[in-house]
Ligand binder design. Structure first.
Ligand code: ZN
Length: 172
């Protein structure tokens, strides 16, 4: 269930229309286009980078260094607070205090899924996305503005698989 919920959040964050994409391409910063549940990014080389499934070997999600420690502190604090609320029998009021609706609470999710939703939602707020073009090796980093990307060209053209787990998992 939580995977479907996370996917809905992703789609809403990626939703933009195509006109800013054309405008942005002319100034070196470009944006991600979203069609339904599939997202795509047009590389300067002409290759279309598609983001339509999970665990892509040419995609990365990252936190800025200035967000890493605050996120870790928040993570531990929220888990501790939730566990304490559960032990007191106050999970319902804890969820309300964090902005969850009665409809969400009525789903009766187990603690693992509640914590997943809570933590993952915060991660999505903070994370930036990066893609490596499988054709030319350019790395596209999301700027401070959501769904806007700037491209960096490697010294040696070509796909280096910088976001794959192993060298043999490069995008083709
Ligand atoms: Zn490219």
């Amino acid at each position: 269930m939580w995977w479907r919920a996370a996917a809905r959040v992703d789609v809403s964050l990626l939703g933009i229309d195509a006109e800013p994409l054309r405008e942005a391409l002319s100034c070196g910063v470009h944006s991600q286009d979203c069609v339904g549940a599939m997202s795509k990014l047009l590389c300067t080389c002409g290759n279309t980078i598609r983001d339509n499934t999970s665990s892509l070997p040419y995609k990365a999600a990252f936190l800025k260094d200035m967000h890493c420690e605050p996120f870790s502190d928040w993570f531990v604090g929220e888990v501790q607070s939730y566990v304490a609320a559960v032990e007191r029998g106050e999970a319902h009021s804890w969820l309300l205090s964090r902005g969850y609706s009665e409809d969400y609470i009525a789903l009766g999710l187990d603690h693992g899924n509640v914590l997943y939703d809570h933590i993952h939602a915060r991660f999505i707020e903070l994370r930036r996305t990066a893609y490596e073009c499988s054709a030319c090796g350019r790395v596209h980093l999301e700027t401070v503005e959501d769904n806007m990307f700037v491209a960096y060209t490697p010294d040696s053209p070509g796909n280096s698989g910088v976001f794959s787990k192993k060298s043999d998992e490069r995008a083709s």
